[in-house]
Each structure stands twice: as C-alpha cells, then as structure tokens.
Design a protein around this ligand. Sequence first.
Ligand code: NAD
Ligand code: FE2
Length: 381
Amino acid sequence: MNIVANWSYPTAVKMGRGRIKELADACKSLGMKKPLLITDRGLAPMQITQTALDVLAEAGLGRALFADVDPNPNDVNLEAGIKAFRDGGHDGVVAFGGGSGLDLAKCVAFMVGQTRPVWDFEDIGDWWTRASVEGIAPIVAVPTTAGTGSEVGRASVITNSQTHVKKIIYHPKFLPGVVICDPELTVGMPKSITAGTGMDAFAHCLEAYSSPFYHPMSQGIALEGMRLVKEFLPRAYKDGTDIEARANMMSAAAMGAVAFQKGLGAIHSLSHPIGAIYNTHHGMTNAVVMPAVLRFNRPAIEDKIARAAAYLGISGGFDGFYNYVLELRTELGVPENLTAFGVKSDRIDEMAAMAIVDPTAGGNPVELTLENTKKLFYDCF
Ligand SMILES: NC(=O)c1ccc[n+]([C@@H]2O[C@H](COP(=O)([O-])OP(=O)(O)OC[C@H]3O[C@@H](n4cnc5c(N)ncnc54)[C@H](O)[C@@H]3O)[C@@H](O)[C@H]2O)c1
Ligand SMILES: [Fe+2]
C-alpha cells in the first residue's frame, strides 16, 4: 500500500481538577494583558464563569466578558464579538464554554485581523496551505462540556443566519495556544447536556474510526476514545459529581476531535442541517441518527466495527456493537428517532441536499448521493 497522509498534533493541555486557577498564567504565557472572555448567554451568569473572571481580575487582567452567543452560534454573534474585541482594545481571547462558546470565541480571535468575510474561510479543499493569514489573536480555551473537543480543534461551526446552513470554518491557526481542562467545570451540566455532549464525543470517535481515509494515529486514538466513553459516560450521567468520570469524558472529547482529522461522516452530515433548521442540540442530534447511519454504513464497515467491538469488550461483532449503541442511548434518555426528538419529516429533500454537500460527507464510508441520503433521513424518523 502506498501510504500518503498529512497529520499534525494539537496544543498543550493542562488537565486536572481546580486548574482553572491557572487561567491568568495561561493568558500571560501567550502575552495577553487585556483578554476578552467569550462564552454563551446561558453560561455567563453561572458561578464557574464568574470564578474564571475573578481569576483574571485578581491577576490584573481585567474582567471583560462577551456573552452575546447563541447555542449553534451564528454570524451575527460573530460580528458582535469582533466589535466587542476591537472596541475594548483586547489582545487575546479566553474561549470559555461548550462547543458554542468555544467555536464563536475561536472564530472571533481568527477574524479580528481579517478583512475578508468569514465564509471565505470555509473548510473546502486546502486553500490554507497557500494563503497566509495574519493578525490572529492568541486563544486560551476552557471547555465546560465534554463533547465537541473544539478546544483542541482547528474548526469553528458557525451558522449562516441568512441561509440557516451550518458552515465549518477552518484554519490550522484556530488551534488555541493553551487549553485548561478542569473537570470541576463540567459538574453542573444538566443530564441531557451530559448525554448529548458525551454522544458527540462518541460520534467523533466512531466516525473517525469508520472513515476510509488513512491516518493510523487517529485510528488508535478513536478506538481508545470510544472505550473511555463506554466506561465513563454512563457514570458521569448517573452521578454528575463523579470527577474521575468527568475527567475521562474530557479526555474522550479531546481525543474525538484529534481523531476526526481523519474524517467524519453521515452522522454529522445529517446532524448539521437538522441542527441548523431546527436548532437542536448537536450531540443529541448525532445520537438520534446514529443507529440508522450504522445500518446504512454496515456493508463498508462490518469487519472494522467487529474489531472495535472486540476492543471495547463487546461480544457479537457488528450486531453486538449496534445493540450496545441502542442500549447506551436508552440508558442516556436519547429520543428513539427524529419524530420523538420533535423534528418534522416535511423538509427531508432540503436537508438531504444540504447533507450531501456538508464537508463531513466525503468521510462517510458509503458514498452519499441525494437519493440514498433521502432514504437515510426517512430511516431516522
Ligand atoms: N468545533 C468543532 O470541532 C465542533 C465539533 C462538534 C460540534 N461543534 C459545535 O459545538 C456546538 C455544540 O456544543 P456543545 O455540545 O458543547 O453545547 P453548547 O456549547 O451549545 O452548550 C449547550 C448548553 O449547555 C450549557 N452549558 C455548557 N456548559 C455548561 C456547564 N458546565 N454547566 C451548565 N450548563 C452548561 C450552555 O449554556 C448551553 O445552554 C454546536 O454548535 C456544534 O455544531 C463544534
Ligand atoms: Fe460533533
């Protein structure tokens, strides 16, 4: 086999309970004197956010907060964030939150130095290998969920508020300089967010593992990431204060995002249009469509999944793995299908057309066509 592949590794991670106290040092290590903490609207009043701001203030770095960020953040949030950064004379970004806060914050840091519209930076082809991009503000990332892995990712998912399409904005320099993974920050997640974000981490590992592209390191990371989810997500769900489980889920989330350099697939290709149109939670949407996508991909991944099952201690090959996914979903209270999730089936044609051009579609082990993707959507209802 002629092995040709590109890969790289992510940033420095400071993982451990209570390490939010190191936030100011992390900012200073990247040369920040006046950081802007960016998070979503729901997190802004919470104690964990106030504690992070206190740490910054006590170190003389100010208490600047921008929280005009929706779940599934959009270009309007982005413009407001860029304005807040420029008006406040800031010199760096603390990206704080789940995927929504992290993605928007990373994109603000990237866009403050750009004159081109954000949509020019979509994850299509490999334009970034030829174009130089300057003026990116330094980023310290602090995840408060354990799912997207955006803290170690080179992408931001931003919804176009005009077209209601989720776009993946990508550049290698999106990568934060320092990441603080403090599992105590995730203890207050409501059960449904623990479940949804955890299933996003699982989906990243599963899709990266299943994608046909060659990336042996990602393959191993994805497999171990799935094992961590199997062992620790039910524990974190049952007892939110189980710090060991919370910490391991943070690892699984970061591993999923590292692994999906290899590619994602139809779980995400379907989930993006559903999330953009119905504003559903990303990870929970993935969990809802996961069994139908596994059935759809079975001819291409049966042996591979059987190997994963063996590693995870699941007997019965592909069928055993499939049944395990169904049981995990039941344990985590995941809605059985899109109907039970509150999504209507009257926009399948539109969603299928969006799914096949989603940047994740190319990583699916079975090629997505308009016809088979419509059928796949029907199978999710
Ligand atoms: N950049 C990437 O590579 C990538 C990968 C997957 C998904 N995403 C994107 O990330 C977003 C989803 O992120 P998410 O799943 O982390 O959810 P989220 O960031 O949208 O957060 C969900 C909800 O949980 C709340 N929350 C977050 N942390 C909390 C905590 N510790 N305690 C209590 N409440 C808390 C938030 O306020 C919000 O209301 C979507 O927009 C998705 O498209 C990005
Ligand atoms: Fe995801």
